[in-house]
Design a protein around this ligand. Structure first.
Ligand SMILES: [Zn+2]
Length: 284
């Protein structure tokens, strides 16, 4: 299995809000193009620790990235390092903490905001360092990286939902409307990404509580969405993916061998199923 993969992390998006406010993605579900799973994030339910968890498949307690102020390089194998080792190309339009985790730390805006360096783990990057950076710009950054560099793995990471949650809380029109806007932004780009054959994963690092924060073990903070889009997924409703398995799932999709990361049972088509599907479409 060798596919190009786009991972979209919608920062701070709680499961119930994703389920209720993302009409476009649910339209894809009704067309049998997308499947939504409920996933529980690891603890603490904070951003930097869980960026590392999603990209490496290890818990914050193991990675040592246990709170947001741990500003250093990751010392784990990640999607980025494994992809690079396999000779694949990588890109990210994301908050600058990703640059610190996988490229250089501390972040230096003049040096790192626009990264084109094939020796880095994230070879092509557009990193922002203001949480209020508009999602509309972020998606354009991602699309430019995709068109210009055609990466095998692209990370897309907008921040506005988390910002709205910190400003107004989980149970607010601000938070819900920001999620609806994010769904609209995605509707601008997802159709062409699907058409181009990408396998797409849309998830969150953590959720949000009514105290305008997150970090603990409330279900509102821990329950997050995982949407999968693409023909390499089984789309079986009874799969139970874990946040720790996202790294392994992406490695499998990319065709990265010997990654030793956990992969959710039955979430991905196996080789026989892929071949049967190809034969069917050739006959059709
Ligand atoms: Zn936050």
């Amino acid at each position: 299995m060798t596919s190009k993969v786009i991972l979209i992390i919608l920062d701070g998006l709680a499961y119930n809000t994703a389920e209720q406010c993302m009409g476009f993605i649910h339209a894809l579900t009704e067309q049998n193009q997308s499947t939504l799973y409920k996933v529980q994030c690891e603890l603490p339910s904070m951003s930097r620790p869980l960026y590392e968890t999603i990209l490496t498949g290890v818990t914050p307690a193991v990675s040592g990235i246990v709170h947001n102020q741990v500003a250093r390089n990751s010392n784990q194998q990640s999607v980025f390092s494994l992809a690079r080792k396999a000779g694949l190309s990588t890109a990210a339009a994301a908050f600058h903490w990703f640059s610190e985790l996988y490229n250089q730390s501390p972040y230096n805006a003049i040096r790192d905001r626009h990264t084109v360096d094939i020796k880095q783990l994230i070879q092509y990057g557009t990193f922002y360092h203001d949480g209020k950076y508009p999602d509309s710009h972020l998606y354009l950054d991602a699309e430019l990286l995709r068109r210009r560099y055609d990466p095998d793995f692209l990370l897309v990471h907008p921040m506005s939902i988390d910002e709205a949650g910190h400003h107004s809380g989980l149970d607010s029109s601000h938070y819900r409307n920001t999620t609806r806007r994010s769904d609209k932004e995605l509707s601008e780009f997802l159709p062409s990404w699907i058409e181009a054959g990408y396998q797409i994963i849309i998830t969150a690092d953590h959720g949000m509580n009514t105290d305008k924060s997150h970090g603990g073990s409330l279900s509102q903070e821990r329950d997050i969405p995982l949407f999968v889009i693409g023909d390499q997924f089984t789309h079986q409703a009874n799969c139970q993916p874990k946040q720790l398995e996202i790294c392994g799932i992406i490695c499998e999709l990319l065709g990265v061998q010997n990654h030793e990361k956990a992969v959710t049972e039955n979430l991905l088509l196996d080789e026989n199923q892929t071949m049967a599907k190809q034969n069917l479409s050739m006959k059709g």
